[in-house]
Ligand binder design. Structure first.
Ligand code: ADP
Ligand code: MG
Length: 366
């Protein structure tokens, strides 16, 4: 277990067991007394709809005096299987406190405009209150959308925060702008010393990879039958161009702030790899193959370890098996085989994902 991660988990478990509270904002911003909001359930006349999918919280869409709110309430009993899941409600209240401070400051407010406002949050009362965002889960992409997502991640990183879960259900699009609102898996880190909140242990994880892994490559796989390879590559090119712009700015910022040489080198290598790929269609296709494989493998590993598989996990596994069977050497040459996959021969890699397929079938979420 990574020492930094363990330290954070221990501190959060300790905080959970204590009495200390975290309050964000002013109770006067609540349309009802906080105790009443904390006690509210699905039978309340204020409830418009309920989102029950979360493991540690339930989300209520409320309408009170003609205004719409999002009330995220901690479950009495978490339905989780690991420490990060168990502490994700506390983690989100902590992050909302950090982010709201940045949103409240005129000099930094604009950089966080795509992050939902927290009207009020009270950890011990077990709820967070935000305005309701009119829109739909993000279901198509454009250069502008990529730009908004990566700009926001860069602003968060500058504030020392790393978001791990940029999955489709965590991004709302209102037709003009994207909105982020779920911070259960956003952790503090030092961007000048570390690659991410795992420290220096896992350089493969970073903001752009997170969006690709949790979101974009799943989307491309889901729609592979209705999209041509050229359409897919066009979306990927837009993503990479927006990402390259933002990471180039990030590199300048890292240098200006005397980041550790290892961090500057890491960021430079990512940029150079993308610049090379964007230079011609063939290299871009190679990178697409390598990164799609990497992303599917990372997402599968997450689903299997959390025992939270879906039909999409099976689809990703089938894709990984096909790719391992057909383009193994290309994957190996392009650095797509990460962690223990790097040591596996082709047959063993295929066998591993065939076994995963059986596990994933068992772990289908109800
Ligand atoms: N402020 C909001 N405005 C509109 N919809 C929201 C808002 N917050 C959450 N949602 C909806 O509720 C769902 C669950 O919220 P989220 O914070 O992601 O909870 P969970 O931790 O359970 O994933 C989201 O996928 C989104 O559709
Ligand atoms: Mg969510």
């Amino acid at each position: 277990m990574n020492a930094l991660v363990e330290q954070r988990q221990q501190a959060q478990l300790h905080f959970q067991q204590g009495e200390q509270n975290i309050i964000v904002g002013d109770a006067a911003a609540c349309p009802l007394p906080p105790e009443q909001l904390a006690a509210l359930d699905a039978d309340s006349p204020y409830v418009v709809e309920v989102f029950e999918g979360g493991l540690t919280a339930v989300v209520y869409h409320l309408c009170i005096n003609g205004r719409h709110y999002n009330l995220k309430k901690r479950r009495a009993q978490a339905l989780v299987h690991n420490v990060d899941g168990e502490t994700s409600f506390l983690n989100e209240v902590q992050r909302r406190r950090d982010i709201q401070a940045l949103k409240d400051k005129p000099s930094t407010a604009k950089a966080y405009q795509h992050i939902v406002t927290t009207l009020y949050a009270n950890y011990r009362l077990g709820f967070m209150l935000s305005p309701w965002i009119e829109g739909k889960p993000l279901c198509s992409f454009s250069r502008e959308i990529f730009r908004q997502i990566f700009d926001t991640q860069f602003a968060l990183e500058q504030a020392g925060l790393m978001e791990w879960d940029l999955s489709p259900g965590n991004i709302i699009y209102d037709g003009r702008q994207i909105h982020l609102f779920d911070f259960g898996y956003m952790y503090p880190y030092d961007p000048l010393e570390h690659f991410n909140s795992d420290g220096l242990a896992a350089p493969d994880f970073h903001a752009v990879e997170r969006l690709e892994t949790r979101n974009v490559f799943g989307y491309l796989l889901r729609y592979q039958d209705v999209m041509t390879a050229a359409d897919q590559l066009a979306i990927y090119r837009e993503l990479k161009e927006a990402a390259l712009d933002v990471y180039t700015q990030k590199l300048i910022w890292l240098k200006q702030n005397y980041a550790q040489p290892a961090i500057i080198q890491w960021q430079t290598e990512i940029i150079e790899r993308w610049e090379y790929a964007l230079d011609n269609e063939r290299s871009l296709k190679n990178l697409f193959i390598a990164e799609s494989f990497r992303s599917h493998c990372l997402d599968i590993a997450d689903d299997i370890s959390g025992k939270s598989c879906t039909p999409m996990t099976l689809k990703r596994i089938d894709k990984v098996i096909t790719m391992a069977a057909t383009v193994y050497l290309q994957l190996q040459n392009n650095g797509a085989l990460l962690f223990d996959n790097a040591e596996l021969e082709q047959v063993d890699l295929i066998k591993k994902y065939q076994d995963y397929r059986q596990l994933a079938a068992q772990y289908q979420q109800k």
